[in-house]
Design a protein around this ligand. Sequence first.
Ligand SMILES: [Zn+2]
Length: 371
Amino acid sequence: MRVATIFGIDIKIHFGWIFIFGLVAWSLSSDIGPLQHVRVSAGGRVALALVTALLFFASVVAHELSHSLVARSRGIPIKGITLFVFGGVSSLGGEPQTAAVEGWVALVGPLTSFALAAVFFAIGAALGLKTASGAASGYLALANGALGAFNLLPAYPLDGGRLFHALAWRRSGDILQATRSAVRVSRVVAIALMVYGALQTLVVGFGGGLWLIVIGWFLLEAGAAQGIQVQLASAIRGRTASHLMTPPPPPIPANATVAAAVDELIKRGARAAPVMLDSTLLGIVTFSDLAKLGAQSPGGAYVTSIMTRTQDLKAAAPGTGADELLKMLLEGSYHQIPVIDEVGNLVGFVTREGVLRRFAADVPSPQARSL
Ligand SMILES: [Zn+2]
């Protein structure tokens, strides 16, 4: 759900966030919450809690916005900011190309939070912690300081994890090796959080400890996913359609009926086949094209009536980059992308299965297991 656009960057809210917002506002307005010493009416306390909660989430947005703005200034496209249960996340449309860019994009978030903490601290000190707005400022100073510090933990996907990765990358010059050590450190931090949370739960009782276990678990999962993602990204770097494609299956003649084409696809165990008239590619027929017949029986119709015509095909060139191909496969939810050369010949198919098989061969399994 989009709620705002700041500096051309969309701010979206995940529905779980509304629950957390309610939780924060409720704990702020409770008699034992951080604002308990403020002397206001019950209604006034609720209003103060709501405003404080809103300012806290504005601080989270400012933190994310700083990531996005620095990333954009370094040429990385920005997809938007989403607020969800664990805070905020900035979606970048690409990976940083150098360690310095990655490091700055990561570091600016906690720096922004610390700066906000200092500002709120100054306001709180000036107004006095006994006043309503002073107490709220004091709380916001603490919350922003905690947000900045927590994000500096060296665990993916926290800023500290990325910062650690950038530093390791800069030192070794090897992004893959940096990823491996960052993922390893992430795992240690995540497990340490979970153990600490478990101890706290046992000693102090339920509450904060349980929350730490949940966060640790989340970090553990995210760290593993990040490792795989970076490894994939580096495995496909520099690859093109001509590396990843499989040769085109034998063509189905243009005068074949739909029934004959379906028989042929089933016999081959293939999802798609080119339809050719002599040596000219007319289009591609896939099982999904059968839906075009609707309730009609396929019997006598010609395959050319249901195929996707060449001019309507989402096709790649032999030089199309692997990242672009993956995007086409995933975003268009296609099973295969035909690869057509400059003179209009079908030279191959890039299929989901083919790409996976190629990566399985490229990424040595002991490495994959060490993630
Ligand atoms: Zn951050």
